[in-house]
Write a protein that binds this ligand. Structure first.
Ligand code: ATP
Ligand code: MG
Length: 587
């Protein structure tokens, strides 16, 4: 049974929301209008970086802080919109001086540092394709991605270059230039590389934005690799229209507001909402250069006076694990909206937000392929804990079933599970899977894009996540949602996280097995196992409850924080583990 809806906390309603009435927002919204209000008519050209920064400088607001970088020792470095524009333009000129042509791809392998932003925006400004590689990747995953993306320029540090790139450089004939952001200027530059700072210091900060069009490719992202080998996904400059609209409608970002997106720029969220979308809204980005740490995160929320926070279920569950009292050691009077993405957000976590921080987390659903948020709980609307929310204005989303003859049918019953389908035509829809046109084609059926996720849709249009199509369990003719079982397990006080899979069963077809990570202070005893099992049975009934529970120190996760159920399954069944390039802790 679903927990009750959460209505907006009264203290949070101090800013007028962009979306106040969902139904009328949906009726009034058109992408043409959104495109026009951001960047003029279709024939006017469109450039992501221009929309993100130049517009503000042109309006005389270049002195506003675009980003604040926080280092390990709490040193803060602020970059204004005008400074970011200057460094982006310098980098655009550097690319010109290196003879890099339009449409060529430029990658970064950097931590969360200002140079990454300059390179990203400069590359876009110059009409080239930007790709941010996750900095914890080792040589093999880097090689695969650099080759697949035909990357011509790589900006990285000397340390990363020596440890990860030098040994694979010979295998990358298309990689023409490696630019080094030097950590230690006394060390000689590695052979075959150039000094980033030196090139930048010689470059002019005057640059005329390349006349890019809506359909020109702007970004290359690699998916998280949760269900298999990561896919290369391209987004066009038009994606900025949807990233802007959703930064307003879903994240509710106003000019001058302080926004913290905890996603790393190595994943799509870290660029769409860690850089582009919020800047188009005139917000100030907070960028923590360090890794997750509960105390540190609460300090940032409080001291940086974060207004809007966008984070992920794993982080939320780890904060829950660290306990509510820690959250309450500080107060967050400026915080007014919290949202989550990347994995199913358990009702328990939504409600914990109210308990610990005074407001619910608002779940949002999207994918690398969709390029922007598609389904969301909106700040001014009631939150249904455990639901992903409703389709964003401008997005037609349905739950569908496959009918004979390759047709799709819209599922009308709120009880029936089907696949999430989106009607193509929104501006940030991916334009290709790199080197895999067949797979791209296969994602579109009967006039819909099929996302590969299963859900239910209730009469009010709220979507309820069931699981990845690959993860769903079929037991004795029932379709069992791993998410539902995991959420029920998490309501037991000892359970911090759970991953649920189906294992072969001679009678039922599949049986449910749960892998459970305990909260601090609980011992993995036989007695506890029985208690959790009993709790799950009471919540779920005997058919759906796990038949087996295994305790794990930590569940296998992708580096972007998603539970890798395919790996739990492979290990359980003794099958090949598949692509492990995005497995956390894997060098
Ligand atoms: P791969 O495609 O390589 O297996 P991935 O699908 O995890 O990896 P992403 O594009 O980063 O790569 O993630 C999108 C997926 O994340 C969605 O398809 C969905 O399964 C999951 N997801 C994102 N947000 C939510 C959410 N709010 N609730 C449930 N699942 C979500
Ligand atoms: Mg995917």
């Amino acid at each position: 049974m679903a927990p009750p809806a959460i209505h907006k906390a009264p203290s949070a309603g101090t800013v007028p929301h962009y979306l106040t009435d969902y139904d009328s927002a949906r009726r009034q919204f058109t992408w043409q209008q959104e495109r026009r209000s951001l960047a003029g008519d279709l024939d006017s050209g469109l450039n992501m970086a221009h929309e993100a920064i130049d517009r503000w400088v042109e309006r005389g607001q270049g002195g506003r802080i675009a980003a604040r970088f926080i280092d390990r020792n709490w040193g803060r470095a602020d970059v204004t919109y005008a400074e970011l524009q200057g460094s982006a333009r310098k980098f655009a000129n550097v690319l010109g001086s290196l003879g890099i042509g339009r449409g060529a791809a430029v990658a970064t392998l950097l931590g969360r540092v200002p140079e990454l932003f300059s390179v990203a925006l400069g590359t876009l400004e110059a009409g080239k394709v930007f790709c941010s590689l996750f900095s914890a990747f080792g040589p093999e995953p880097l090689k695969t991605r650099l080759q697949l993306g035909h990357l011509q320029v790589l900006v990285t540090t000397d340390g990363f270059y020596r440890r990860k790139v030098a040994a694979i450089r010979d295998t990358l004939p298309e990689l023409r230039h490696v630019l080094i952001v030097r950590e230690d200027s006394k060390e000689p530059l590695p052979p075959g590389t150039a000094d980033f700072a030196q090139l930048m210091s010689r470059a002019s900060d005057t640059y005329e934005t390349a006349p890019t069009r809506d359909t020109d490719v702007a970004l290359l992202h690699f998916t998280s690799g949760t269900t298999g080998k990561p896919k290369g996904v391209t987004l066009t400059h038009a994606a900025v229209v949807a990233q802007h609209a959703t930064s307003q409608l879903v994240l509710d970002l106003h000019p001058g507001e302080v926004f913290w997106c905890t996603a790393d720029p190595g994943w799509v969220t870290g660029i769409a909402y860690g850089l582009i979308g919020p800047l188009t809204c005139g917000a100030t980005l907070i960028v923590d250069r360090e890794e997750f740490d509960p105390r540190r995160w609460y300090r940032i929320l409080a001291e940086e006076a974060i207004n809007v926070w966008y984070t992920a279920p794993t982080a939320i569950r780890m904060l829950m694990k660290a306990g509510t009292p820690l959250a309450r050691e500080r107060s967050y009077p400026r915080l007014r909206h919290m949202a989550s993405v990347g994995e199913p957000l358990n009702a328990e976590a939504v409600i914990w937000g109210v308990e610990a921080l005074g407001m619910p987390f608002h779940d949002t659903w999207w994918q690398t392929e969709t390029g922007s948020i598609m389904i969301a709980n909106f700040p001014a609307c009631e939150v249904l804990p455990g639901s992903m929310g409703r389709a964003v204005p401008g997005i037609e989303a349905q739950v569908v079933r496959r009918a004979p003859g390759g047709k799709l049918e819209i599922v009308e019953s709120p009880e029936e599970v089907g696949e999430i389908a989106l009607r193509p035509g929104w501006p940030s829809m991916f334009s290709s899977y790199l080197e895999n046109p067949e797979r791209y084609q296969a994602s579109f059926i009967d006039g819909w894009y099929l996302a590969g996720d299963l859900a239910r849709r209730d009469r009010e249009g709220y979507f309820w996540f069931i699981g990845r199509a690959d993860d769903v369990i079929k037991s004795s003719g029932h379709l069992i949602s791993p998410f539902e079982v995991e959420s029920a397990l998490m309501t037991h006080p000892a359970v911090a996280q759970a991953g649920v899979i189906g294992v072969p069963d001679p009678i039922a077809g599949q049986a449910v097995k749960a892998f459970v990570e305990l909260r601090d202070g609980f011992e993995p005893t036989e007695e506890l196992r029985r208690k959790i099992m009993g709790h799950a049975r009471r919540q779920l009934g005997a058919v759906v409850a796990p038949r087996e529970i295994a305790f794990e120190q930590s569940l296998p996760r992708t580096r972007s924080g998603k539970i890798m159920r395919r790996l739990l399954r492979a290990r359980e069944l003794g099958l090949p583990q598949g692509d492990l390039s995005t497995l956390e802790g894997n060098a």
